[in-house]
Design a binder for this molecule. Structure first.
Ligand code: SF4
Length: 328
């Protein structure tokens, strides 16, 4: 599998910007291309390039690194821009996965039998194939519905933003991409059948078994947190993940139940960084919503989403379980 970058287009923009110092930032899977691209930019623009070696998970932490004080311009590869105000000029560079999605799409057709209107979504690296995917579904007798959302393009989904599937009149949803996380959100927000066409393993699957397993885990975490007397509310210092106002609301909510609450601010969240807080019984994640779900097994103490905290405190019914989202 490979990725295509429009480095020439980036170089043109850097020249127009007359940037002398350029930062480049890549998600983990693309960092192996960093030195090659940095060399090319330096050779063709004369600018000094600084490579961000910090972890980068999304457009939510673009321009959040120490680089913002030392570069004139940042080039962020692999994610699409979010509607937030970045501290320095940022060029977002579309990165196209050359993964063939056709085999997985063909497999998905069997699982979509009996459903006419299909809500189609994918992630940034496959977006350029969206029209081809739509054509394929239509050639196979389906009607395709999709729209964009705040911070997402037509048919694009993020782990913290499900606006592109909300209010879609679909009989079932097809997600083209890897992993199960996005589909859990689609399932919970729509209560419709959801199929994954996963090009990385070239197969399709429905997500019911996965969704049931995750919900059992969430229920166990919520049940364990019912006994908690003290909560740590985690706030991210990353601009696109920071929800301090929400954290304050949650802190008040916890205090009203005569329990202790502390706001913890951190950049990257990890189980090791929470280890010293031994007198805290449960944590609430207001940073990236994926962490509480995807990394649940890494944390010994319950790590809840804000909506799960509401269930723990009796402010929300379990039947109204909702995925967490960030309104950028
Ligand atoms: S908050 Fe999480 S899901 Fe949203 S863009 Fe950032 S890393 Fe991705």
């Amino acid at each position: 599998m490979g990725y295509e970058f429009d480095v020439e287009g980036v170089i043109e923009k850097i020249k127009k910007f007359h940037a002398e110092v350029v930062g480049v930032q890549f998600p983990e899977g693309l960092k192996i291309h960093a030195t090659r691209i940095a060399r090319q930019i330096e050779d063709e623009t004369g600018a000094t390039v600084i490579i961000s070696a910090d972890p980068c998970y999304g457009a939510c932490d673009a321009a959040d690194t120490d680089m913002k004080d030392v570069v004139d311009l940042l080039v962020h590869f692999g994610h699409t821009a979010l509607p937030i105000k970045y501290d320095i000029p940022v060029i977002f560079v579309e990165t196209r996965s050359d993964m063939d999605v056709q085999g997985a799409l063909s497999s998905a057709m069997k699982l979509l039998e009996g459903y006419k209107r299909i809500g189609l979504v994918t992630t940034a690296q496959h977006l350029y194939l969206l029209q081809d995917m739509k054509n394929f579904l239509e050639e196979n007798g389906k009607e395709v519905v999709m729209h964009g959302g705040r911070g997402t393009q037509n048919g694009q989904i993020l782990g913290c933003n499900f606006s592109s599937i909300k209010d879609l009149e679909a009989d079932a949803f097809l997600y083209v991409g890897s992993g199960n996380f996005h589909t859990l959100g689609i399932k919970l927000f729509t209560d419709k059948p959801v199929v994954i066409a996963d090009p990385y393993i070239n197969e399709a699957r429905d997500i019911d078994e996965f969704a049931d397993r995750i919900m059992r885990i969430r229920f166990a975490r919520i049940a364990k947190a019912m006994d908690a007397g003290s909560f740590g509310i985690i706030v991210s210092s990353k601009k696109g993940q920071s929800r301090m106002e929400l954290a304050k609301v949650l802190k008040n909510m916890i205090h009203k139940e005569k329990k202790e609450a502390y706001i913890l601010i951190m950049d990257d969240v990890s189980p090791e960084l929470l280890t010293p807080f031994m007198d805290i019984d449960a944590f609430v994640m207001t940073a990236c919503p994926r962490i509480a779900i995807d990394d649940a097994n890494m944390y010994k103490k319950p790590l809840l989403t804000p909506q799960e905290l509401e269930i723990v405190l009796g402010k929300r019914d379990w039947e109204d379980y909702m995925m967490d989202e960030i309104e950028h």
